[in-house]
Write a protein that binds this ligand. Structure first.
Ligand code: C2E
Ligand code: CA
Ligand code: CA
Length: 689
């Protein structure tokens, strides 16, 4: 969508400056040439047409005279004709020469002319001594002016003519030697009784007229040239203007290099060049992770100076057949050429390491998402060859961004390659987010309860409420597929409220039914802890239902303790003050939180399931567990062991004084009705899951 819009804008800039003027130029030039050509040819045709008709009338007159004389049986037929001063040749119908006079110099090339001034067609034969005009295939005249100027002058001087020309009112000797008059001889053929008569005719041109005509032609040509030059300079300035506009359009103001628009449009053209078809390319999304922080601590100006350095460093790491641009505040787009993926990875790692040290006072992190563009014709997963001409660089870059965002959201440098699963994941994330509100409103989220048992007595001591999504569309969805999404987009706070409210309602109902209720713990996400009235919110919610506070416990994950310690301590203190037990979830997973234990007034320590996973570790795990239990006891905390699956572990935990076990050994998380049946009963035999 966006690419189309950009492409359109880009094309409109390109078009408006070059194509319109080029097309206009071509049209105007063609029109001017056509008008000038038409004018000249019409003029020449008109002139020649007129002159030939005049000559033709003379020749017809001669032929009439000959016919009349021969009909009258005149003695001196030829004497009369000779008086005309023209050369002629009379031939009988069977080809015999009857009479000739003067210089008979016919070339043999014949043609028939249609003249505008005469009703009948005129048969002409060209003269050997002139190339001055030819007859085109369509019978039209084509005049060859250079020949008129060159050869004919010579010819006119040497030609023996004895003719009186009315037009110039000169006697023939004057005409013959007059360099101002040009002669163009040709022969006109007419039918006479018993044969044909060929008479030599002339087209005469006054050289002065030709010069005048030539001058007009030259002026017209000069004018056309001026117009031509104006148009050419217009086009050139248009091109320069277009270049400038495109430069502005494609320049990144921060780094002075290319921008996102350039990358998408030019990069796409670059990858679609035939010569690049057979190469493998990688599209990279490089993110300067600490950029925001840096500008907050320093200034936007200093931040931008860093971006300039990043830009330069990336540029220095690339070769001529690779491209890059600064896209958004901390994002850079790069196209790299490569053959071997491991080598590419090493190259990117080395780029990251140069980038991380662009400033001697800081060590920056850069995250890179990479998507691969295979050579043209490489089959995709379903075996269909992928065509480079169909490449969509914006989509590829988007994939690189998706790969990048799949990296841990921490401040660490990293590289991630894109694969189709990421798209699937992304689609799932979108779907879950689209459905979240309706799922909540339609109560599609179910509360499952996982009981906690006392390992010494196998008595039910508590439970943890765990969410499930019973989606009409996707079926039963486990929390691992939704909770991380809700944690990221903040919807988790709604979920936490939903769970607390539903657990409170269940507990109240069970209590009213006279069942022996035990505390149920509810997970409260770390995202929720930024609200400083969280404790009040929880209290009010539970009070609206009317559930005793000692039946609700709040679980916090260990990682939550890192955010804002002070706020955390005050929230925990308030929760405790209102009578809720608070537990630290997943103790021992990931972060070391002995420090948190020191500061936080917690009631319950939940040992992470990881302690009970894996192979025999020579008893070291047991030592850690037993010490953790001791530590909790000395801090006046109860302990819950999570993820316990086998009897040996239960026995060991019982021997160490662990208060509760929440694990498949006793029970998996279950729907509330199933859980209700476990209440008020002490299982005589532990149930295997
Ligand atoms: P958690 O809070 O650590 O929950 C315990 C998880 O361990 C549960 O997975 C439970 O089914 C599982 N588990 C318990 N015993 C065993 C065992 O013996 N073996 C094994 N392999 N697993 C066992 P579940 O229900 O899939 O929940 C996963 C995580 O989702 C929870 O981890 C919790 O972080 C989150 N979660 C679940 N419900 C909620 C909720 O309502 N709100 C919030 N914020 N997070 C929730
Ligand atoms: Ca939990
Ligand atoms: Ca846990």
């Amino acid at each position: 969508m966006m690419a189309n819009l950009k492409d359109k804008r880009f094309r409109s800039i390109k078009k408006s400056h070059a194509w319109i003027s080029i097309v206009m130029f071509v049209i105007v030039s063609l029109m001017a040439a056509a008008v000038i050509g038409l004018f000249i040819s019409t003029f020449i045709y008109y002139l020649i047409d007129m002159k030939i008709s005049e000559e033709y009338r003379d020749v017809v007159y001669m032929s009439k005279m000959y016919e009349k004389a021969s009909a009258d049986g005149s003695d001196d037929i030829y004497g009369l004709l000779d008086e005309s001063g023209r050369s002629y040749l009379i031939v009988s119908s069977d080809g015999r020469e009857i009479h000739r006079s003067g210089e008979v110099t016919m070339s043999g090339d014949e043609s028939t002319l249609t003249l505008s001034t005469l009703p009948e067609k005129v048969r002409v034969i060209f003269d050997e001594k002139t190339n001055a005009f030819r007859v085109g295939n369509n019978g039209g005249l084509v005049i060859d002016l250079p020949a008129v100027f060159g050869d004919l002058r010579e010819f006119s001087a040497s030609e023996e003519v004895d003719r009186y020309d009315e037009e110039y009112d000169l006697d023939l000797s004057t005409i013959r030697d007059n360099p101002d008059i040009l002669y163009l001889p040709f022969w006109i053929q007419t039918d006479v009784t018993g044969g044909v008569m060929n008479v030599k005719a002339f087209i005469t041109f006054n050289v002065k007229d030709i010069y005048l005509f030539g001058t007009i032609g030259i002026v017209a040509a000069a004018l056309s040239l001026v117009v031509f030059i104006i148009m050419i300079s217009n086009i050139i300035s248009g091109i320069i203007r277009r270049r400038r506009t495109l430069n502005v359009f494609f320049t990144d103001i921060v780094t002075g290099g290319h921008n996102w628009m350039w990358f998408i449009i030019k990069g796409q053209q670059f990858l679609k060049k035939m010569k690049n078809y057979s190469a493998r390319y990688a599209v990279l999304n490089i993110v300067f992770v600490n950029y925001r922080n840096f500008t907050v601590c320093h200034s936007i100006e200093e931040g931008e100076q860093m971006l300039v350095r990043v830009h330069r460093t990336i540029g220095a790491a690339l070769n001529k057949r690779e491209i890059y641009a600064h896209c958004a505040s901390s994002d850079f787009a790069v196209v790299m050429r490569f053959t071997d993926q491991d080598a590419l990875k090493r190259r990117v790692e080395s780029l990251i390491s140069s980038l991380s040290t662009i400033d001697s006072d800081h060590r920056f992190a850069f995250q890179v998402g990479i998507t691969i563009i295979e050579p043209d014709g490489t089959p995709d997963k379903s075996g269909v060859p992928v065509r480079r001409k169909n490449l969509d660089l914006e989509l590829e870059y988007n994939n690189a961004c998706t790969a990048r965002s799949a990296l841990e959201s921490g401040d660490e440098s990293g590289i991630a390659f894109f694969d189709d699963k990421l798209v699937e994941d992304q689609k799932w994330v979108d779907l879950v987010q689209e459905r979240q509100e309706s799922a909540l409103a339609n109560e599609e989220f179910m509360v499952y309860y996982q009981p906690k048992y006392d390992p010494r007595t196998d008595e039910l001591r508590g439970a943890e409420a765990l969410i499930r999504w019973q989606s009409p569309e996707f079926g039963f969805v486990p929390p691992g597929r939704i909770i991380p999404i809700y944690e990221k987009n903040g919807f988790i706070t709604e979920i936490d409220h939903y769970m607390i409210e539903h657990v409170a309602k269940d507990q109240k109902a069970w209590l009213d039914m006279g069942l022996k209720c035990v505390p149920v713990s509810v997970n409260v996400s770390r995202a929720h802890f930024i609200e400083n009235d969280l404790a009040e919110q929880i209290r009010d919610m539970i009070d609206r239902v009317g559930t005793p506070h000692d039946l609700i416990e709040i679980e916090l994950t260990e990682s939550a303790f890192f955010d804002d310690k002070k706020a955390m301590i005050s929230t925990i203190a308030k929760l405790k003050e209102y009578g809720f037990a608070v537990s630290m979830d997943d103790f021992g997973s990931g972060y070391s939180s002995l420090n948190s234990l020191k500061d936080m007034p917690l009631d319950v320590l939940k040992l992470d399931a990881e302690f009970f996973r894996g192979d025999n570790d020579n008893g070291r795990g047991e030592i850690v567990v037993s010490e953790a239990i001791k530590l909790a006891k000395s801090l006046n905390m109860r302990t819950v062991a999570e993820g316990v699956e086998v009897r040996d572990q239960v026995d060991f935990l019982a021997s160490q004084g662990c208060d509760m076990i929440q694990g498949y050994y006793y029970a998996k998380p279950m729907p509330k009705n199933e859980y209700r049946q476990r209440m008020g009963t002490v299982p005589s035999e532990p149930q295997q899951a």
